[in-house]
Each structure stands twice: as structure tokens, then as C-alpha cells.
Ligand binder design. Structure first.
Ligand SMILES: [Zn+2]
Length: 221
């Protein structure tokens, strides 16, 4: 039995993240998608097709059961609905998903390059953001390409070739922060690469440790 108060609360969290993405220019126009799992049952709330992040409301967000059955809605379901549903099915730890076409990260994805985790924060918090290729027919990635990558429970962020980014979390704010960190990391990597090229540098010293715990262990040696 789905709890109406739970549905409203999850919709409000989706609306909060959508507006934040729009304000930060992680997602303009009607692209991208974000969703959240209900606490009270096997269903999610998700943005429909054709609605911008800045236009999400309690009225237009859709309620979809994990088996794919959709509650009545005057809007078309998103092309991304199936991959969101499958991520919730294969990863019970995922409660929220933010998928954006943020420009710095999608630039890397369109050059066929994995965004490197360069900073101590990304090494510690993310580890790796795999680049997921387009579907075999050249179309946008589906659950057939995305879910196998997220079968690894340590993966929290990924980048879709020629498409955008995915951040997942135990809470909406966690997924939102990942969408922001992916974009920030792509921007940092671009600046680093431009500076290295300008100064004729071919190599760079990377952190010798990745996590605060490893740093303490190194210092204690
Ligand atoms: Zn997309």
C-alpha cells in the first residue's frame, strides 16, 4: 500500500534536486532525468518526458511501480524510465538517481574519455566513474549497457558516452552531490589538461594516497 504522504515527500525531494540542478546549470531544457524510490513500497517517482528540471511539480511527476506499471498520467514516460527502474531493481541500496547532461562531463563523454578522479576528494569518495558506451545500434544507453556496470556495488557514479552522467545515492542529496562532483571533476580535469599542454608538461604528480585513512597510515609509518 503506497502512502500518499510518502509520495508527496519523495516528489518534493525530486523537485528540490531538479531545481538545484537547473540553478547550477547542470541541466537546462527538458533533458536529463531524476527519480526517487518510495519508502513505503516498490515504486518510484520520476520526471516525465518533455518536462524541464525547472518545471517539475507535484502534479507532473509520475508514479511508476518497479514492475513498470505506471499510475495514470497525462504525460509521456521518459525514455530513461527503464534504466532507472532496473537500477532500483538490481541495487536495493539505491534510493535516488540523478541523470544530467551537464556540459563539462558530457564533453568528456563525447570525446570518448573517462573523467579521471584526480583530486583527493574524488579518489576517496568515488574511486572511479566508468564510461558506458552507446548501445550497439548507436542509440542512447539502455539498462542493457548501464545495469551491468552498476552490478558492482562500489560504483556510485558513471558517465554515458555522448550523453551525460548518472549519480546514485542512499538519499537524494547524496545522488545530487554526485551529479555536482562529476561535473566539477570534469571541469578540473579540463583545466589541468589545458595548463599541462600550455606548459609542455607530459606528466603530473598524483596523490600517493587516496583516502584520509590511508594518509594517516602513511604518516604513521
Ligand atoms: Zn539523458
Amino acid at each position: 500500500m503506497l502512502d500518499p504522504a510518502d509520495i508527496q515527500a519523495r516528489k518534493d525531494e525530486v523537485i528540490w534536486a531538479a531545481k538545484r540542478c537547473f540553478d547550477l546549470r547542470l541541466q537546462t531544457n527538458a533533458g536529463g532525468n531524476l527519480s526517487m524510490r518510495l519508502a513505503s513500497g516498490n515504486a518510484i517517482v520520476i520526471k516525465p518526458s518533455g518536462v524541464g528540471f525547472n518545471e517539475c511539480t507535484r502534479e507532473n511527476l509520475q508514479l511508476v511501480h518497479l514492475d513498470g506499471k505506471m499510475e495514470p498520467s497525462e504525460f509521456k514516460p521518459s525514455k530513461d524510465l527503464d534504466f532507472h527502474l532496473d537500477l532500483y531493481r538490481i541495487r536495493p541500496d539505491i534510493q535516488a538517481i540523478v541523470h544530467c547532461h551537464s556540459p563539462w562531463a558530457t564533453g568528456y563523454a563525447s570525446a570518448g574519455r573517462e573523467i579521471p578522479c584526480l583530486t583527493v576528494q574524488t579518489i576517496e569518495k568515488i574511486g572511479r566513474m566508468p564510461l558506458i558506451p552507446l548501445s550497439p545500434l548507436g542509440g542512447p544507453q539502455t539498462e542493457a549497457e548501464i545495469s551491468p556496470v552498476f552490478q558492482d556495488r562500489s560504483i556510485r557514479a558513471a558517465v554515458l558516452a555522448n550523453h551525460g552522467t548518472i549519480g546514485v545515492g542512499k538519499t537524494m542529496i547524496e545522488a545530487q552531490y554526485l551529479a555536482e562532483i562529476i561535473e566539477e571533476t570534469a571541469h578540473i580535469a579540463f583545466v589541468r589538461d589545458a595548463l599541462m599542454a600550455a606548459h609542455g608538461q607530459t606528466g603530473v604528480t598524483m596523490p600517493i594516497f587516496g583516502t584520509a585513512r590511508e594518509a594517516r597510515e602513511t604518516a604513521g609509518r
